[in-house]
Design a protein around this ligand. Structure first.
Ligand code: PEP
Ligand code: MG
Length: 593
């Protein structure tokens, strides 16, 4: 029976494919296809790992102390039995490998999801609780597989190499931003998560992949089963499970239309972003990793407007990258951009971007019921000065190789501004004393907290430029946790207060002759292009995938005629409707009435 699940739209377009359910704790399990001639070796790898675990369990049992409760030995027997359960575990896992060409880890976790669902539906409480045992057994085999490794992973193989294979959609309760990153070159054609808001960092990374995604779909991972056919309507935030043939056909049609529209837009790729009245607009790229510069250049970016350096710090088992490793990463980005400016934002760790799973748990305990208001971004950097200076030195060293701008996130206090410059001066002095080559940087502040807008003249005195982080500015202005889907309906970029904060920042920066950019998600949303242009913005930073629709709006805009539009939107109680009315005479008449 077909079911519809509603969530929040993250990334536009339509995806159609089979569900791959992944438990949040196992999202980092490798998912890749193996070539046909590797199937046998992969099955052997699976069997070897199973044998290793079997010996492990047997050893554990033999080494149990004499006074151990006898239930423990019985439990280990149950684990041994589950491990060798041909019908439920071994055979179906083998089939995922043989028939679908999944790698062993993926095959195993796919089968685990199937079993977990069966256990959840059992009436008998005792049997239901055996789910935890199956999970433990599978975790052991997964660990044995990763220790034994030996996998023949050819990263070049993707779903497209398996013409006969169905496209795949990833479904998980939650995916961390770092885990999302590993899907950058993945086999999935769409993503669905139960939790998350439109501008949660998971959603931002999903959007950068430019494939349809829905977050905050609450019940999705419970309702959807492994292998179900799914449609993701990324524009509406809708997921259709097990669609009827008619609905499927309708969406296939929309998918083709979307594809044609994208192809049409690619013609704009090499066009300069200039408005009808000759205003040049700078389009910069938001990146997470140095290798994203390739997509930035391909899209025609004039530089990097936001390098979210915290992604270098994630999933490192508590060992953040040292100065040298960071320098190598920043140098790679600077060199790849061939003389175009690279804006490196100092680490914005915390909130929904924990360094790794253990620090996520730590954060939960460290009074951080709402980590968005806690020790995040510059607050974290200033509380770890040695680490902060190491990052600043790495950035200054990269600046010897090309134009680098330094961007500081989440500032609100003047004392933080001073402390930041103190750290920067000390980092520079350390490099000078050690005779390490380094360059100069221009320094900018992210405007993400309403307090910063209210004391903007101070910021403009200290900084060379400002960059408006609308994702956080909205979160902090409206007191809405941007990752919490239960208040997502209140997260409103069209809120008049938000628009006034943005307008005021642009106006003050322009009057002071300081550069101003928007690097939050609003910059990449074509709905806002005219409004931001009308407010005087000439520098937009967004994921390269968002360039063309925004550029199309820029090319059609006449800034000399936008003042009335800004006035209409800013004076309206319904700014979004007032904005839409611009292109809809009927709506304009209705609003006037
Ligand atoms: C923002 O807050 O708008 C921003 C660009 O920073 P981030 O999304 O990484 O918090
Ligand atoms: Mg931010």
């Amino acid at each position: 029976m077909s079911v519809q699940v509603f969530g929040l739209p993250v990334s536009r377009g339509v995806a159609i494919g089979r569900a791959v359910l992944v438990a949040s704790s196992r999202v980092d399990v490798a998912h890749y296809f193996i070539a046909a001639d590797q199937v046998e070796a992969e099955v052997t790898r699976l069997h070897l790992a199973r044998d290793v675990v079997s010996v492990e369990i047997e050893t554990l049992k033999n080494e149990l102390p004499d006074d151990a409760p006898h239930e423990l030995a019985a439990l280990l027997d149950v684990h041994q039995m589950l491990l060798h359960d041909e019908e439920s575990l071994t055979k179906p896992t083998r089939e995922w490998i043989e028939e679908r060409h999944y790698n062993a880890e993926w095959a195993l976790s796919a089968q685990l999801e199937v079993l977990a669902r069966q256990f959840d539906e059992m009436e008998d409480e005792y049997l239901r609780e055996r789910k935890a045992d199956v999970e433990q057994v599978v975790e052991r085999v997964l660990r044995a597989l990763s220790r034994g490794n030996g996998a023949q992973h050819d990263p070049a193989l993707s779903a497209r190499d398996f013409a006969g294979e169905d496209p795949l959609v990833l479904v998980a309760e939650d995916i961390s931003p770092a885990d999302m990153l590993q899907f950058k070159r993945s086999i999935f054609t769409g993503f669905i998560t139960d939790v998350g808001g439109r501008t949660s960092h998971t959603a931002i990374v999903a959007r950068s992949l430019d494939i349809p995604a829905v977050v905050g779909a609450r019940e999705a991972s419970r309702l959807i089963r492994q292998d179900d056919w799914l449609i993701i309507d990324g524009d509406a935030g809708l997921v259709i499970v097990d669609p009827s043939p008619i609905v499927l056909e309708e969406y296939r049609f929309r998918q083709r239309q979307g594809q044609l529209e994208r192809e049409r837009l690619t013609r704009l790729r090499h066009k300069a972003a200039v408005t009808l009245d000759g205003q040049r607009v700078e389009l910069l790229a938001n990146i997470e990793l140095p290798e994203d510069t390739a997509a930035a250049l391909e899209a025609g970016a004039e530089g990097v407007g936001l390098f979210r350096s915290e992604f270098l710090f994630m999933n490192r088992d508590g060992h953040p990258p040292d100065e040298e490793e960071q320098f190598v990463a920043y140098r790679a980005a600077v060199q790849a951009m061939r003389g175009l400016p690279v804006t490196i934002r100092t680490v914005d760790i915390g909130a929904d971007k924990p360094m790794d799973r253990s620090s996520a748990n730590e954060m939960r305990h460290e009074n951080m019921l709402n980590p968005a208001l806690g020790r995040r971004a510059i607050r974290w950097s200033l509380s770890e000065p040695a680490m902060f200076r190491a990052q600043l030195r790495a950035i200054l060293r990269a600046a010897a190789l090309g134009p680098v701008k330094l961007l500081v996130p989440m500032l609100s206090h003047i004392s933080e501004i001073r402390a930041t410059f103190d750290c920067l001066n000390r980092a520079r002095e350390q490099l000078r004393q050690s005779g390490t080559p380094h360059g100069e940087v221009t320094v900018g502040a992210m405007i993400e907290i309403p307090a910063a807008v209210l004391i903007l003249p101070v910021f403009l005195r200290y900084f060379d430029f400002v960059s408006i982080g609308t994702n956080d500015l909205i979160q902090y202005a409206l007191a809405i946790d941007r990752t919490d889907e239960s208040v997502a309906h209140l997260y409103d970029p069209w809120h008049p207060a938000v628009l006034h904060l943005i307008e005021s920042t642009i106006e003050q920066a322009n009057s002071a002759g300081k550069a101003v950019c928007v690097c939050g998600e609003m910059a990449g949303d074509p709905e806002f292009t005219e409004l931001l242009l009308g407010m005087g913005l000439r520098s937009f930073s967004m994921h390269p995938a968002q360039f063309l629709p925004v550029k199309q709006r820029i090319l059609r805009a006449d800034t000399s005629r936008l003042a009335a539009h800004v006035e209409a939107v800013m004076s309206s109680d319904e700014p979004r409707l007032a904005s839409l009315a611009r292109s809809s005479p009927a709506l304009r008449r209705e609003m006037a009435a």
